[in-house]
Structures are given as structure tokens and as C-alpha cells.
Design a binder for this molecule. Sequence first.
Ligand SMILES: [Fe+2]
Ligand SMILES: [Fe+2]
Length: 266
Amino acid sequence: MIVLFLGDVFGKPGRFILERKIQTIILENNVDIIIANGENAAGGIGITPAICKTLFNIGIDVVTSGNHIYKKREIYDYIDNQPRLLKPANYPPGTPGRGYYILSDSKIGANKIAVVNICGRVFIENFDCPFRCMDKILVNIKKETPIIIVDFHAEATSEKVAMGWYLDGRVSALIGTHTHVQTADERILPGGTAYITDVGMVGPRDSVIGVKKENIIERFLKLMPQKFIVAEDDYLINAVLVDIDEKSGKANSIKRINSAVKSDKL
Ligand SMILES: [Fe+2]
Ligand SMILES: [Fe+2]
């Protein structure tokens, strides 16, 4: 089974480039299932019901998120009623939405694939322990399927690497998100788990992690608040393709996609 995992989809440019390029990626790589992190899909911060539906219409099967999931209020009810949009499972109890989803679809025959979303704690928010949270979730999921993809939305590379080792052999893939900068450390860990510290971003390339570069440089220079404007120049598609053995749930390979698309070449 081939899973395509797309990095944080950033604003209109992220959606725009996916609409134009996703079919080619699917056909060239025989993709079965598509997962994308959508926490920045609405104007670079948060996600709305309408934008989430757009992502599903593009062909994304499950949308994961992160620390910006609740930025837009209208998502609260929607996420409670849409199991294919995930919140990080280690948000405090009582917050809207679910932290994992078990997908079954004619595209993958009798197989099921579990998608889990968790958030790190280092340099982000005071989430519940993501390690212990995974232990609890895996007890339930393992009864249903050995094919398990985890989006670990975290800032610190050390926390992500540690989670990779913690889950090695227990999940099919541990994919890092949140930094919007793709790392080149993809590998199959000894237990058969595909790992990458950060998959990167789908969005405007000539930017500072998606935001207009001039605004962010000004902020660093003067330490004054700046408008949060989504950049527009050129496009970046960051993703990974994970090939998984359906019986064992172990990963055969993980391959990075790091493709830049010039605006004038579309
Ligand atoms: Fe993000
Ligand atoms: Fe984030």
C-alpha cells in the first residue's frame, strides 16, 4: 500500500498547487491513500469547514492538524461531526474532535489504515504526554489493524526523534509536521517504522515558513508585531511516499517529495 503524506498545507497557495499537481503525483506513484496536515490551510492559520471540504474534494482521505486546529471557531462543531479531520489526541479532555481515525475504503480492499495525530510539548503548548497517549491509543487500534500512520506535530527535533524510537516496530510510519521545513533524515528504523523528523510544507516557497518574508524579517529586526500575510511567490510541494506491507504493517520504503514549482511555469 502506498500512502502519500503531504506536509502542512499553507493557505490559498497550498490549496492551489495541490489542485493542479495532485493527480500527477497520484498516477506517477500509484498512491492508494492520501493524508495531509491542514492546520494552516485557512489563510495560513487554522482550518474552516469549507476549506476542509475542499481538501477532501481534492482527494485527501484524512486531514490531520496541530496546535492551530482551534484558531477558527467555526471548526468546533464541524470537527465533532467529521471523523476524517483530526485534532491532536493529547489535547486536554473536553476539546472538540477525535485524535485518530480508522479508514476503510474500497481503494484498499479489506485493509484498514489507522491515522493518529499527536502534538509535542517542547516549545509548543502544555499538551498531555504524547508518549503515554500513544500507548493508550495503540491498545485500541492494534485490535483493528497493523497499518498505522502517526502525524507527530512538534517543534523540537529531539522530541520527534525520541518518539520515532519509542514507536519503532509499533507503527508503520511516524511523520513529523509543524516546522514547515523538510528534513533529509527519512529512513526505515530497525523495527520497520518509516520515520522523518519533518515532512515540510505545501505552500508558497519564497516565504518564511509560508508568511510573506518582508514581514517576518521586519519582525526580527524590530521586535514589533507584524501583519500575518500569506506569501504568494512560487510553490513548494513537500511530502513523503510510504510503501507499507499490508499484512505486517511494516514499512518497505519511505521516499521524500521536495518539488518547487515556479508560478510562471503553471
Ligand atoms: Fe503548521
Ligand atoms: Fe503547528
